[in-house]
Design a protein around this ligand. Structure first.
Ligand code: ZN
Ligand code: ZN
Length: 689
């Protein structure tokens, strides 16, 4: 008989959108404890689930279905983990079962089968020698190990060797306890080919990889390795946070400021914040690493809530690159071109010396907008409030190199006939061919592509650097991760002279020959009035600048801007990040915005416009009038229509003393809502679209 067995009726939580568990009977001969992973009948099928506690429902024993299987090969979810799930569901105003879905992501995980994990050989580890500054940082981080919960902000300029520092901490955590596990979270696992290779090189074995793209079969192997404690180190995207580790002893959130840690679909949550919460429940240290910390973490460090470890200098001989602002209001750019003369000259000079260049523009496709020159008609998505983006490149068949590194093929791509061109919605994926004539006025040959996307830059580069080997890196040109690793390898080996890309090129990559980085539109992220626009633009531009001159060669960064006086541009030029952060913090304080105030959003959507606005109006009317709480809206969302649904938003500003999740839940619960309208709560919203 198992200890703490619960009796003959248990509550089982299922990984589906339910707020609480269902009661099941325990068949003779089976003993169940809280946390056990089970299979139960559900509807006409069966489902995995977790025993959440003793059953409470008043149901006749004959009507209650019995638990089918207890998966004894898996350790039960510990009490701390269950408490974390309960808390995360409460905090994010999400159904508890939806949280459990992230613990038990696919049914395959319970399937039996051999998983073989080679125990890592002890002598294979080859950590890089640390500089005195790095050693000091590593020693400070190590002090936090096995001392329970703590959060440390590892704040180091790009190229200062943050990764090597936390590798050292990981090695110490693993050595201190042979049962311990370490999780390293990264923003986008597909972008981390280099970091995985680096890990394998240092530790002598490959970590378990976890992201949403891996196959169910690989998920099963990875999940079982994690749940059995065989996986010592896991490198994963945000969803890796919720897996049933047997003994986490350290969690590293790398690039902690990255916006992709906020999940916007399904359960809305912030993985960095949830990582800190899980660490508090399970009492282990968290390291938040970044060269450009989020204002939230920066604020917590200033307040003394987080410890802070800084790495001020670039490692070795590398120095931070010079930054030059190119004022695009001046006549430095040719008509209908997007790359200015000084930037062209710098790229040409670098490539002539055998060095490499990079052009950054956070826009996929050829042109962000197409309009008719005769009547002004603009092409809009039929299902979204968004312009259609012109794409010219062909979709490359999978398995082939995704890019045209040769000049010849690039010419063919951009000069292809209109049939290959298409208009695409970047919100819902809607596609249509480019018509011969304007659909509004029937004028022929009147359609005009406005503004640049990365494909258009490629065309321009071929004109002013006809001999250069150029590649484009954007999510739609990299349809497989092997394409991506191939491009990164080509760039690393110097087979590419100039890499053009969206924010995929901004993160983490280390290219020794790269000396000139051009930001084509430094102002792009500042548009839109998002509360974090300046902060995110600063972080992104700083990150891109950090790609240049990472080794012996000195790097230079060119920012093309129409707003050279903007505080973000000034901060980048002067390199005075702390002054910028301080100014941002004061602005947020005046506006009572996060991290000094709290926000929550309500998003109402549905296919019937009138129903949606009616529910939104009712919500506004039902808002309890409380001091220190301010309800704004309803207002049509900036993306008023998305995938055929109409959207209204409300925003709540609240003081820190308010129990915001409870308030939001009871407020939303007080309004009757037809099933065709969906109301979602977003605590600490990052997107305001
Ligand atoms: Zn027209
Ligand atoms: Zn659309």
């Amino acid at each position: 008989m198992k200890a703490n067995a619960l009796g003959r009726q248990v509550e089982v939580l299922l990984p589906t959108a339910v707020a609480h568990g269902f009661d099941y009977s325990v068949p003779d001969g089976m003993e169940l404890s809280a946390g056990d992973i089970v299979t139960v009948p559900f509807g006409r099928s069966e489902s995995l689930g977790v025993v959440w506690g003793a059953g409470k429902a008043q149901i006749a024993a004959s009507k209650m279905k019995p638990v089918a299987i207890c998966h004894e090969q898996f350790a039960p979810l510990p009490e701390t983990m269950r408490a974390f799930i309960d808390w995360a569901a409460w905090y994010n105003c999400a159904p508890k079962g939806s949280m459990l879905k992230m613990v038990l992501p696919v049914a395959e995980i319970a399937k039996e089968g051999r998983i073989q994990f080679e125990p890592p050989p002890d002598n294979a580890m080859q950590l890089a020698p640390l500089s005195p500054a790095q050693q000091q940082a590593a020693d400070t981080l190590a002090e936090g190990l096995s001392k329970g919960f703590s959060v440390t902000l590892l704040d180091g300029v790009t190229g200062s060797g943050k990764t090597e520092v936390y590798f050292d901490t990981i090695a110490r955590a693993l050595a201190a306890d042979p049962a311990s596990q370490v999780l390293v979270m990264l923003p986008e696992i597909a972008l981390s080919v280099q970091s995985l290779e680096r890990f394998t090189r240092r530790f002598g074995y490959a970590p378990v990889i976890w992201n949403s793209d891996i196959t169910p079969a690989r998920k099963r192997v990875g999940w079982q390795a994690i749940a059995s404690g065989q996986a010592r180190v896991v490198i994963g995207a945000r969803s890796a946070l919720f897996l049933p580790y047997t003994k986490l002893s350290l969690l590293v959130v790398d690039e902690e400021h990255d916006t992709s840690y906020k999940q916007e679909d399904g359960v809305i949550y912030h993985a960095r914040d949830m990582a800190v919460a899980r660490a508090r429940f399970e009492k282990f240290p968290v390291v938040l690493a970044s060269a450009t910390p989020s204002l939230e973490s920066y604020f917590n460090a200033r307040q003394g809530r987080y410890k802070e470890v800084t790495l001020p200098a670039r490692h070795g001989d590398a120095v931070l690159p010079d930054i030059e602002l190119l004022d695009m209001r001046k006549p430095i750019v040719e008509k209908s071109a997007f790359v200015s003369q000084p930037l062209r000259a710098a790229l040409a000079a670098a490539i002539a010396k055998g060095q490499q260049g990079m052009l950054f523009l956070n826009r996929r496709g050829y042109a962000p907008l197409m309009l008719c020159r005769t009547c002004g008609h603009r092409f809009q998505c039929p299902d979204c409030s968004a312009w259609l983006v012109l794409h010219k490149s062909k979709n490359k068949p999978a398995g082939l190199p995704a890019l045209s590194a040769s000049h010849g093929e690039g010419q063919e791509t951009v000069a292809g006939d209109n049939n290959k061109h298409r208009l695409e919605c970047h919100h819902c994926g809607h596609r249509e061919p480019v018509p011969k004539a304007c659909p509004a006025c029937a004028a022929e040959d009147s359609l005009h592509a406005c503004g640049p996307g990365v494909e258009r830059l490629l065309e321009e580069v071929h004109e002013f650097l006809p001999q250069a080997r150029v590649a484009v890196m954007a999510s739609d040109s990299m349809d497989t991760s092997s394409n991506l690793s191939e491009t990164i390898a080509d760039m690393t080996e110097g087979k590419i002279d100039l890499l053009i890309g969206t924010q995929m090129i901004a993160k983490g990559h280390h290219f020794a020959g790269l000396t000139v980085v051009g930001v084509v539109d430094a102002d792009l992220g500042l548009a839109g009035g998002d509360l974090r626009a300046a902060e995110h633009t600063y972080q992104l531009l700083h990150q891109i600048s950090g790609r240049a001159g990472r080794e012996q060669l000195r790097g230079k960064v060119y920012l093309q801007s129409f707003l050279p006086e903007h505080p973000v541009m000034k901060a980048l030029l002067s390199g005075d990040r702390d002054a910028f952060m301080q100014a941002e913090m004061e602005a947020r304080e005046r506006a009572e915005m996060p991290p000094l105030g709290r926000l929550a959003a309500i998003i109402v959507d549905g296919a019937k416009e009138e129903q949606v606005s009616q529910v939104a109006r009712q919500l506004a009317a039902a808002a309890a009038s409380e001091q220190k709480l301010h309800v704004l809206g309803p207002a049509p969302a900036p993306l008023y229509m998305l995938r055929g649904k109409f959207r209204q938003r409300l925003l709540v500003k609240a003081g820190k003393s308010i129990n915001l999740p409870d308030y939001m839940r009871s407020w939303v619960g007080s309004v009757a809502c037809p099933s065709s309208v969906r109301v979602r709560i977003d605590i600490d919203p990052h997107s305001f679209l």
